[in-house]
Design a protein around this ligand. Structure first.
Ligand code: NAP
Length: 312
């Protein structure tokens, strides 16, 4: 038997918060005047926790939750969870895979097109009345260009399927080669960056990929190359990225994620070859609803059968 009181770490949509509170006895941690003190005093009663790829759950919080058995997380990123600690304690965790692949992949293609064809900058050009004084400068072609991808998982595969429609040759880098993959595997990230016109990041964040994209990779991508990041800001050495974009050693960037979100380096604001988005990869009505439903379905499955539907 699972005690179906639920600890909710941070707020999700109003609809989700209401649905969760309608089905279970929910303790909204973020509403506590002193959340850690609340956990120290009352953490023992919770076996179930709901959180997200944004709020996660810290090791300090986990220490106050001696009876925790399952975490149901909204989103697919697991970088804000201490996974080893969860494993050691036998706490299972679910994410919301697959339902967001299409939207994140659509957005990655949007970033590729926008960073090359400068849609957002050209739109600003029209709105500012600059078209009246001359034509917009020429931009770079997308179709047929080489796409290197870092991480060829659920989202990465959805991105390269789309790239095929743009006749883009694809090569990929990750920890292990996929024997059945139709795409070329590159063991050397620098070589992939040298080859690619667009280097797209679709791997997890966290310690293993911290600053995987450093100055050397950006230089290998070069002045004709573009970095697309729909993964996590931590994957990129952001100071090196800003420097490379400012000095022209990198051609452009399309970024949905940043180190230090929601603060974005102001030096990038004036660059027309850089597209800046506020971490909206999965942010459509349709996909967010499916993600919410999957969190709730995981929670109920654990209560009913002691098993998560989409465990990490
Ligand atoms: P996934 O199916 O687990 O795929 C992850 C891919 O990354 C796999 O191909 C994996 O292959 C590779 N990988 C893992 N560790 C790596 C490492 N250290 N170096 C290089 N490659 C590595 O995950 P997914 O569902 O596609 O999601 C990928 C990431 O997208 C998430 O973790 C999240 O950070 C990000 N995301 C962003 C948004 C957004 O709003 N922008 C939305 C959703 C997800 P190997 O295991 O063989 O290395």
């Amino acid at each position: 038997m699972v005690n179906s009181q639920v600890l909710q770490v941070g707020p999700l949509s109003e609809r989700f918060n209401a649905n969760l509170a309608g089905r279970y006895a929910v303790a909204p941690l973020w509403q506590q005047p002193d959340p850690l003190r609340f956990l120290k005093e009352q953490g023992g009663q919770f076996e179930l926790l709901v959180s997200s790829a944004r709020f996660g759950c810290s090791a300090e919080q986990l220490q106050c939750l001696p009876n925790l058995r399952a975490i149901c997380s909204f989103g697919v990123g697991y970088d804000p969870y201490p996974l080893e600690l969860l494993r050691d304690r036998g706490i299972v965790i679910s994410t919301t895979p697959d339902v967001l692949n299409d939207c994140v992949a659509d957005l990655a293609m949007g970033l590729i097109i926008d960073s090359a064809r400068q849609l957002a900058a050209a739109d600003r050009f029209v709105r500012e009345g600059q078209w009246l004084t001359g034509n917009y400068p020429l931009t770079r072609k997308v179709s047929g260009k080489k796409l290197g991808i870092v991480g060829l998982g659920r989202i990465g595969q959805a991105i390269v399927r789309r790239a095929e429609g743009f006749a883009m040759p694809v090569r990929y880098y990750k920890r292990r080669q996929d024997p059945g993959s139709p795409y070329g595997f590159e063991v050397d990230l620098l070589a992939l960056a040298r080859w690619a016109d667009f280097l797209v990041l679709a791997c997890p964040g966290g310690a293993a990929t911290h600053h995987l994209i450093d100055r050397a990779v950006l230089e290998a991508l070069g002045p004709e190359g573009t970095l697309i990041n729909v993964a996590r800001g931590s994957v990129v050495d952001q100071a090196a990225l800003v420097a490379a974009l400012l000095n022209g050693s990198l051609g452009g960037a399309g970024l949905d994620v940043f180190g230090g979100e929601p603060t974005v380096p102001a030096e990038l604001f004036a660059l027309p070859n850089v597209v800046l988005l506020p971490h909206v990869g999965s942010g459509t009505h349709e996909t967010r609803l499916q993600m919410e439903e999957l969190v709730l379905a995981n929670l109920q499955a654990f209560i009913d059968k002691g098993e998560l539907l989409t465990p990490l």
